[in-house]
Design a protein around this ligand. Sequence first.
Ligand SMILES: Cc1cc2nc3c(=O)[nH]c(=O)nc-3n(C[C@H](O)[C@H](O)[C@H](O)COP(=O)(O)OP(=O)(O)OC[C@H]3O[C@@H](n4cnc5c(N)ncnc54)[C@H](O)[C@@H]3O)c2cc1C
Ligand code: SF4
Length: 409
Amino acid sequence: MTAVPRAAFTSVTRRLMGQVKIPLIASNRINDPQVAEDVIARGDADMVSMARPFLADAEFVNKAAAGRADAINTCIACNQACPDHIFSMQVASCLVNPFAGHELDVAIEPAAMPKRVAVVGSGPAGLSAATVLAERGHRVTLFEEANEIGGQFNYAKRIPGKEEFGETLRYFGTRLKELGVELRLGRRTAANELGDFDHVVVATGVVPRTPPIPGIDHPKVIGYVDAITGRKPVGTKVALIGAGGIGFDVAELLTHSDAGGPLATYRKEWGIDVGYTANRGGLAEPEMPASPREVWLLQRKATKLGEGLARTTGWAHRLLLQKRGVHMLGGCQYLKIDDAGLHLRVGDDERVLDVDNVVICAGREPRRELVAGLEAAGKPYTLVGGADVAAELDAKRAIWQAAEFAVEF
Ligand SMILES: Cc1cc2nc3c(=O)[nH]c(=O)nc-3n(C[C@H](O)[C@H](O)[C@H](O)COP(=O)(O)OP(=O)(O)OC[C@H]3O[C@@H](n4cnc5c(N)ncnc54)[C@H](O)[C@@H]3O)c2cc1C
Ligand code: SF4
């Protein structure tokens, strides 16, 4: 899963090297040729094995052999389309490579009539649409108002344990260049600038939803984007409104404390004893670094928090936050926000959380400001990703929906 650092378990084979007469193969979270080389060079194993990285990119070995590691579509360890699919009786595939496992059902064929296509928005949906359309021979221009591609993946990659999401953006950056997609960064595109194109793909993503709570304009209140990017400082006592995937990620970020780098921190928090000093299982008592903040993670639904998180990884996110002392409250009615903090009712109990900040992680709405202008101009367009449906959005749906459209267009 994402939280496991690269090559985190090669200590298992290292311990046996030289003691047995068979070659030892290290596995788990080895997703990059250099990481594999380092494992062998350190003498941690005789060989490495990979599984998920080949779902993400079946050409992994050829690209590595050709010295083209920059062109590899890297497995980001999300589990969202491999183990999560297997445990729900679906075909194993890959979030970053929607064609994996469907090679016999889907063919990327040259377009019968190549067209000039504008893709507006370079989040996962826009990147997926732009690259597949260009692979098929369409002439694609990709517009992005930010100065870099990636949309919300630029926020996701800042969450401790989700740094790999940056690799997807590196891959797509390479692919856009290889395919000759014209990239226009740094300016919001309006519908009246798209007259030269035959078709517009609206991949403009989402805007965070602002819940109608009295006092929502109070200076204590900040949005999740400002909290993640650090554009606004976050105090030491924080309430998070909304306990979906983003609420959990923000809680992870705000309670994270580095204990000597990602690997050392991971081993301490999960009690992994690489020296096998405590017992034969290699487990020790977890040592939780002190959280820099006291955090309340809140939701309106009365169900268990994190119930909608992914099957194979949700438990780990929940457990880690519990171990860090995050207060998790369901069934919350938000009454108001003022200088005293966040006033809420839980069941019959009214209380005030005396917090420095309230971070809003309460869902998103489709961002569709281009649509009226496109319709007025009679320009054909297709909505993909969050711009199409924001509810329950994840990158798997965004990438896959855009790829499906591009294969058929
Ligand atoms: C902290 C965090 C963690 C996440 N973790 C995960 C995860 O683990 N797994 C997962 O599946 N998903 C995760 N997600 C969700 C995932 O990032 C989104 O589902 C995905 O980014 C949606 O893709 P999109 O392309 O539809 O929209 P976006 O990523 O929002 O991209 C839209 C882009 O359009 C651009 N744009 C908008 N209007 C214009 C315009 N007029 N002109 C030019 N450009 C424009 C925006 O600047 C933006 O770059 C996470 C999100 C966050 C914030
Ligand atoms: S779905 Fe996620 S974990 Fe599975 S192979 Fe693809 S990127 Fe890796």
